[in-house]
Design a protein around this ligand. Structure first.
Ligand code: BES
Ligand code: ZN
Length: 455
């Protein structure tokens, strides 16, 4: 099939695609903050208008949270069907003062779009919509049926898209699920991701005296919740970076030699890690390389820790309470509920006497592993190679996309994670960005994918 007109259309409309993406990025659709509820509606409406203009069948689906957007091309049973998933919600923007440009006033400079959501995930998602537009506007016959399911609660742990997928498996039936919400290997190397980490997010609350006490009058006579939290956190990991929760590693799928070799053959060094993170040096679980730790070993990290006085100057108290938020990123075949239970049991065991400890499991996601040898994976690799004019590689990711496990189970279709972002795009962080070249090559890839997937 000849895609010349489609590719010409993409080239001719590059500037207009960027301008339209900028309009999408102006909507502050932060799902974690209830004051932005109307903006989530606006972002969903933006997509509905987009699909309407393209003549697709569209539904804005009400939920008890943020709406889902479903759209489909006229179904032709003789062709394969691709289901594109993405999310229109974005992460909060604080600390605002570190943004060089306001997060929802997108700025395009030297081929880079700066805005919250540019890479995660509005820009990546939009590439698939513009690829479809290129077919429809040039009157090019579609080699595959395309369905879209787009949610607005990915960043805040909403469950509506899971329920919807389970209850509408026939409607969402497809030959492959396509997701662009991950990264390339590096700026020159496109990639398909075949494994995402899962998540087990915990909160520890420690309570001591009924109110803050004078640390001179009462110090040494009662347990200090701040010290107690520190004791607990200090015993989660040892100095070799190993997690000490009993049973934590029981279900971990070990890397096989071919995977370790494949990781080692990729051009990655700890110097790159230092550059990307600004950390003084690489550090992690003994016996593993940085890529192995990043992609295939489970983690246990404090995300926030509090208690007592941390303002200016001295305030001599024993705090009444203290706490910590801890995320464990899981790998196949760890199960979030079992890890949560093991965590709670261990924390209760190691907690110092003299405080009351509460352990909460705030959020879970299953880890994901996708077979690399399916025909659809090969189709994805060919599409990336054509779209980017570069040989793609297979990677894994440390991040999570909670719905993927549900897609695998409910739709029994292979999931293709075609990442268009870069690990240096500052997602979830100030000055998030997305490169116009990756956006355009992503549109080209999405256009090629329809052909490659139908071979
Ligand atoms: N796009 C990310 C997932 C991701 C992160 C892929 C890093 C590749 C590299 C996704 O939107 C995300 O941030 N997910 C959350 C999920 C969590 C809230 C359950 C994550 O990983 O923290
Ligand atoms: Zn995302």
């Amino acid at each position: 099939m000849n895609l010349e007109r489609v590719m010409d259309y993409i080239e001719a409309n590059e500037q207009s695609f960027v301008d339209q993406l900028v309009n999408f990025l102006k909507i502050p659709s932060i799902s974690a903050q209830s004051k932005h509820r109307p903006d989530l509606e606006k972002a969903a409406d933006f997509l509905v208008r987009e699909f309407n203009r393209l003549g697709l069948t569209v539904e804005k689906i009400k939920t008890d949270g943020n709406p889902l957007v479903y759209a489909e091309t006229p179904p032709d049973p003789s062709r394969p069907t691709l289901l594109v998933y993405g999310h229109y919600d974005v992460q909060p923007v604080d600390p605002l003062e570190l943004w060089k440009n306001p997060p929802f006033e997108p700025k395009v400079e030297n081929g880079v779009i700066y805005a919250r959501g540019s890479s995660d995930d509005k820009g990546q998602l939009y590439a698939h919509i513009k690829a479809l537009e290129a077919y429809l506007r040039t009157g090019t016959e579609l080699p595959a049926n395309v369905k879209f399911i787009i949610e607005g609660e990915e960043e805040c742990g909403g469950h509506n898209v899971y329920t919807y997928t389970e209850q509408n498996a026939d409607k969402l039936a497809c030959d492959a699920v396509i997701i662009s919400d991950t990264t390339m290997f590096d700026a020159d190397t496109p990639a398909i991701c075949y494994s995402l980490k899962g998540l087990c997010f915990m909160e520890i609350r420690v309570k001591g005296p009924a109110q803050d006490l004078h640390s001179g009058s009462f110090g040494g006579t009662v347990q200090n919740p701040g010290n107690a939290v520190a004791t607990i956190v200090a015993r989660l990991k040892n100095s070799r970076g190993q997690v000490k929760i009993p049973g934590f590693y029981d279900d971990v799928l070990d890397l096989d030699q071919s995977e370790r070799d494949a990781f080692a053959s990729l051009n990655y060094s700890d110097r790159v890690l230092r550059q990307e993170t600004g950390a003084p040096r690489a550090w992690g679980e003994a016996g593993y390389t940085t890529l192995e730790r990043m992609w295939a070993r489970p983690t246990c990290d404090v995300n926030g820790i509090w208690g007592g006085y941390s303002g200016e100057g001295a305030k001599t108290i024993i705090p009444a309470s203290a706490g910590a938020k801890v995320s464990m990123r899981l790998v196949p075949n760890q199960k979030p509920a079992e890890i949560a239970a093991a965590f709670e049991k261990y924390v209760r065991r190691i907690a110092p006497r003299g405080v009351a400890v509460e352990v909460l499991n705030l959020h879970n996601a299953n880890p994901v592993l996708v077979p690399r040898d399916s025909a659809m994976m090969q189709a994805g690799m060919r599409a990336l190679e054509k779209g980017f004019n570069r040989k793609p590689v297979f990677i894994r990711e440390g991040g999570s996309i909670p719905i993927v496990g549900t897609f695998q189970k409910a739709l029994r279709a292979p999931v293709l994670l075609l990442g268009l972002g870069l690990s240096t795009d500052n997602i979830h962080s100030p000055n998030e960005k997305f490169h116009v070249s990756n956006f355009v090559n992503g549109i080209r890839t999405a256009a090629h994918l329809l052909v490659e997937a139908s071979k």
